[in-house]
Design a binder for this molecule. Structure first.
Ligand SMILES: [Zn+2]
Length: 167
């Protein structure tokens, strides 16, 4: 039989439990293990801010949905290839993303997300882009499209959230 030595009290025991006592991982006897938390359970870490952001975005989306359905009825809607139209039009002007972002008074990160189709520009940005680039980004939609879904942003940074809340 192999005997182990409890790292806390020094007693020789047949079975040692791994526990964390005051942040230190020790192999102790069952008696001493009462003083610590089992090592398997990691100390509770502070939750990263991401789930909170995700929740807020979900709420935003839920709030936005019914209204969007009403607004598509006979109204102008963002064209599906908006990102391509913006990219092409900007390329024609010779402006960089930074140049254009400055002209329309928006963040470069926002513009680049719009240009890759990761983010749908809101009405304010759409009208600024249309004016600045001389392009059409909205089309009249005759019927309500139920299957149409707003694409979720693939990644949201804190900076983006701050920008959104400012708007
Ligand atoms: Zn012990």
């Amino acid at each position: 039989m192999i005997l182990m030595i409890c790292e806390m009290c020094g007693k020789q025991v047949t079975f040692c439990k791994k526990v964390t006592i005051e942040g230190v991982q020790l192999e102790v006897c069952s008696e001493c293990s009462k003083f610590g938390a089992e090592a398997k359970k990691a100390p509770p870490k502070e939750l990263p801010p991401k789930p909170v952001i995700a929740q807020r975005l979900e709420v935003r989306e839920r709030r936005g949905k019914p209204r969007d359905i009403y607004e598509t009825s006979g109204k102008e809607e963002l064209v599906e290839d908006y990102s391509k139209r913006i990219r092409d039009a900007r390329a024609r002007t010779g402006m960089t993303q930074k140049d254009l972002a400055m002209k329309i008074n928006e963040r470069v990160t926002i513009l680049s997300k719009i240009e890759v189709g990761q983010m749908r520009p809101d009405d304010k940005i759409v009208s600024k882009l249309q004016k600045e680039l001389g392009i059409v980004l909205k089309e009249r939609v005759a019927e309500i499209s139920v299957t149409k879904e707003t694409p979720k942003p693939t990644s949201i940074t804190l900076a983006d959230l701050i920008t959104m809340r400012k708007e």
